[in-house]
Design a binder for this molecule. Sequence first.
Ligand code: HEC
Length: 122
Amino acid sequence: MKNLITLLCLVTTLTAQASAGERKLVAEVVTPKTPHSNNTGVPPEVLYKKYCASCHDVGTQGAPRLGDKVAWKPLIAAGMPSMMEVVMKGSKKNPLMLPRAGTRLKEEELKPIVEYMVKLSK
Ligand code: HEC
């Protein structure tokens, strides 16, 4: 009987922990960040290195390489909304460029990264 009580206590504790964890997760997902929070203050060049450089530093399989003026010219000419469309939804031409590059970054976090890439590729 004592064992059963211990077991019940344990289960209750575990369940309580799980729901607390879930609540935290939900809070993280639904809590809107301020428009300029920029991934809690992380500069775009740091985000670029973390999430984008693996392909865009070398130009892996058709990724426009950072600083490659020729590759970026037509993309810049097509405009920011066009580039952001590809970044948000992924490329129809090249499946390597996933929606949001496979990250959970928000549009307001991705846009400064694209602006940073454009600035260094003009
Ligand atoms: C796994 C490789 C990979 C990663 C990681 C990656 N990209 Fe790309 N990206 C590509 C490829 C490939 C293309 C070319 C797509 C095409 O030709 O349509 C591309 C194209 C782009 C373009 C041009 C879109 C246009 O107008 O055609 C932008 C802007 C861009 N990426 C931004 C980013 C950003 C920002 C990140 C990081 C958050 C990132 N990419 C991460 C592979 C990658």
